[in-house]
Design a protein around this ligand. Structure first.
Ligand code: ADP
Ligand code: MG
Length: 559
């Protein structure tokens, strides 16, 4: 070995890089400064709870000030403040955060998590400011207020300040190109976007801009059905009420909180891109986290808040991340649980929701084995049988999250059944046999024929059923699935040549076959199965990636 040592960084060169390239987006400086202010307030609460501060903490608040003449934007908090030593330690040293020390020292004293982590956020202010001033007074008794200023070069000055109130004010003198941040409307939008659910009031011109409360942080038992619906309306205004929702909250093996909704499928519901808002400790991160939720749950909306989702990594890295995969599995499981609960407690409502989400459930079954195991017994199909459904009752689960009670539609007149129930109902007549139709219109004669004989037919006529029949055939190895128009010889169960087999029309088997044959000559042949599979692998279930665009396209067309 020639030499061993520590790599050094030349500040003059690295500083401009930090300022320019740390974040791709200039506007996030506001999120960073406001989250520091929220942390400062949270930290004051923690030292106060630890008995290290007996003064008045006052009403926590963050105030944003705009001075058009001086071209300054300021963010003030009445939090913990900083001593001169702390400014030297945490501000002058880039990438040095007090968060970890603090969390460690005041363990158990936090009711809200500390947002800070890397010790880089503060320097994002130099993306928009040519000069930054800090004016701060620490909560510690006998502290001297200090004033720090830096013009974006690696040189700073620190001197005494005449400030008399506890807390910190960060003042940015904006660069000429960045004066858009002097517009109140711009600031309001940014606070709404990034800081809406931060737990401290953020004021501009005396008005509170943010919601403060983050419902997903609440315990599900504290929330009513109306709370969930109200939150949905807040996130997605002017939309129909969601079909169902799940409240995510777990600490192990990863931390995640959130509320996710399954919307009604309508033309204005864009299911081609993720609609979920990703947060990290109540700070908004991004609008689109398609990589996190399983593909078949793509239409879901709502909020996911997790510190375990790696940020600032590429999409492909996110997709390959193990924790992200587990989070996806967890979400799928929660959705599966909710579906089972609804199936058990309110079949009518389940049927009504099935019309919108059935396709996605089937898609999930085809692509996710664990999900398949969860929901395989509650897959339902429309049937020609007359089946009584149980009346709707409103259900509240132990966790407190609710299903919306939909006003009964015409669901009770449209019977749906599981394969199991079908087999059980028909076992006297024909064992291990399922008759199905892939197209009600073109196969109507055959369907009638079966009905006349008292044979129950299931409709597997949605485009995903094309693939789903293959799946069912694999799942129920000893069951024969017969398409109504495919196997007439065996379908007409009571065949004896010349005998009447259709009691309604008094026709014999040969008469029926002759008739059907003539009809089919006059009709273009529709074979949904081969048609839908044309572009895919004709042998089996096409991979999810092939099927999803098709699902989404058809869903949009459907409405
Ligand atoms: P992080 O928030 O990840 O710790 P920052 O660069 O945003 O990193 O801030 C660095 C440190 O500066 C913080 O850890 C905190 O100690 C201190 N600090 C920044 N803003 C404030 C503030 N408004 N009040 C008190 N301390 C602050
Ligand atoms: Mg910070």
């Amino acid at each position: 070995m020639l030499e061993q040592g520590t790599i050094s960084i030349h500040t003059d060169n690295i500083f401009p890089i930090i300022k320019k390239s740390l974040y791709s987006d200039h506007q996030i400086f506001l999120r960073e400064l406001v989250s520091n202010a929220v942390d400062a307030i949270q930290k004051l609460k923690m030292v106060s709870r630890a008995g290290e501060y007996n003064g008045d903490t006052g009403e926590p608040e963050i105030t944003i000030g705009i001075d058009q003449d001086k071209k300054t934007l300021s963010i003030s908090d009445n939090g913990i403040g900083m001593t001169a030593e702390e400014v030297k330690k945490y501000i002058n040293q880039v990438a040095f955060s007090s968060a970890e020390e603090f969390i460690h020292k005041y363990e158990g004293k936090a009711d809200q998590p500390i947002i800070g982590h890397f010790g880089l956020g503060f320097y994002s202010s130099f993306m928009v400011a040519k000069k930054v001033d800090i004016d701060t007074l620490s909560y510690q008794e006998g502290s001297q207020a200090v004033h720090w200023t830096c013009d974006g070069s690696p040189e700073f000055t620190l001197d005494e300040s005449s400030r008399t109130t506890r807390g910190t004010t960060i003042t940015l003198t904006l660069m000429p190109d960045e004066e858009e941040y002097l517009e109140a409307a711009r600031i309001r939008t940014l606070v709404k976007t990034y800081c809406d659910f931060m737990p401290v009031p953020i004021k501009l011109d005396g008005q509170v801009l943010n919601q403060e409360k983050a419902p997903w942080r609440e315990s599900p038992s504290n929330l009513t059905k109306e709370d969930y619906l109200e939150f949905y309306r807040y996130l997605y205004p002017f939309q129909e009420e969601p079909l169902l929702w799940v409240h995510l909250n777990t600490d192990y093996p990863f931390i995640i909180n959130g509320i996710m909704y399954f919307p009604k499928m309508r033309p204005d519901v864009d299911v081609t891109k993720g609609q979920i808002k990703l947060f990290c400790n109540q700070v908004f991160v991004s609008d689109n986290c398609e990589e996190i939720i399983p593909q078949f749950l793509m239409p879901m909306r709502g909020v996911i808040d997790s510190t375990d989702i790696p940020l600032n990594v590429s999409r492909s890295a996110l997709q390959g991340d193990r924790t992200v995969k587990r989070i996806g599995d967890y979400i799928a499981k929660k959705v599966g649980d909710r579906l089972k609960e609804l199936y058990r407690d309110d079949r009518e409502q389940y049927i009504s929701a099935w019309k919108d989400l059935g396709t996605f459930v089937k898609f999930g079954v085809l692509n996710d084995d664990k999900f398949k195991k969860q929901v395989e017994d509650i897959l339902i199909f429309r049937s020609t049988a007359k089946i009584e459904t149980t009346p709707a009752v409103e259900v509240q689960s132990s966790e407190g999250d609710l299903w919306q009670d939909v006003t009964p539609s015409n669901t009770s007149s449209t019977p749906y059944t599981t394969i199991k129930e079908y087999l059980e109902r028909n076992k006297e007549r024909h064992e291990n046999r399922v008759f199905y139709s892939t197209d009600e219109a073109s196969q109507s004669t055959y369907i009638e024929l079966h009905k006349n004989q008292g044979l129950e037919v299931l409709f597997m006529d949605s485009f995903i059923d094309t693939h789903f029949i293959n799946f069912l055939e694999r799942e129920y190895q000893d069951v024969k699935f017969t398409r109504v128009d495919s196997d007439l010889d065996n379908t007409l169960l009571d065949d004896k040549s010349g005998e009447i087999v259709d009691p309604t029309t008094n026709k014999t088997k040969s008469e029926i076959i002759k008739e059907l044959f003539e009809k089919s000559l006059n009709r273009p042949k529709v074979n949904i199965r081969t048609e839908a599979l044309k572009s895919d692998d004709p042998q089996g279930t096409p991979p999810a990636m092939v099927l999803l665009p098709e699902i989404l396209r058809r869903l949009r067309e459907m409405n």
